[in-house]
Write a protein that binds this ligand. Structure first.
Ligand code: S3P
Length: 171
């Protein structure tokens, strides 16, 4: 089976959907953020604060390159993975890109009480969310399948993915 790769902004539901989807498919799930932290032996917050975003993106790129070699996985990506076209190119080689769009207000509500997202540790997170989303729209557009999670439960999103994407990923 090809990988199913979930992309989308912070708070789009990638983690919840990815874990449930993997359960339903009986496959392993990989989260690129977790792998980055594992390899760096530290948190994403400290990678950003000690070495900056550029360094984080380098680590992210190397993790993406490696997980792209695998198959039979659900791959949950960080919200900024799409910014480097090479990442998407690598992930598409053996995977189908499933994009979960989200409205700025919904993303904000989902992430506002969490402090582990360095890009949103700013005075006006909602404004930053809107700006980042606007800039990133062109990058998120590079996907194979898109499903808005707003009015759906996690299970409903997973059902849609199973119905529409599974036929294209093989056994
Ligand atoms: C980021 C999203 C985060 C994480 C890092 C940068 C981004 O992942 O990779 O903080 O640039 O949007 P989530 O989308 O899982 O929150």
């Amino acid at each position: 089976m090809k990988n199913i790769v979930l992309t989308g902004f912070m708070g789009s539901g990638k983690s919840a959907v990815g874990k449930r989807l993997a359960q339903r498919l009986g496959t392993k799930v990989i989260d690129t953020d977790d792998l980055i932290e594992e390899r760096a032996c530290t948190s994403i917050t400290s990678i950003f604060s000690e070495h900056g975003e550029k360094h984080f993106r380098e680590l992210e790129k190397s993790v993406v390159k490696d997980v792209s070699q695998l198959d039979n996985r659900v791959i949950i990506t960080g919200g900024g993975v799409v910014l480097d076209p090479e990442n998407i190119e690598n992930l598409k080689r053996n995977g189908v890109i499933v994009y979960l769009p989200v409205e700025p207000d919904v993303a904000y509500e989902r992430v506002k009480r969490r402090t582990h997202r360095p890009l949103l540790q700013v005075e006006d997170p909602l404004k930053t969310i809107k700006e980042l989303m606007e800039y990133r729209a062109q990058f998120y557009a590079n996907n194979d399948y898109e499903i808005d999670t707003f009015k759906l439960t996690v299970d409903e999103v997973v059902e849609n993915i199973l119905r529409d994407v599974k036929p294209f990923i093989g056994d």
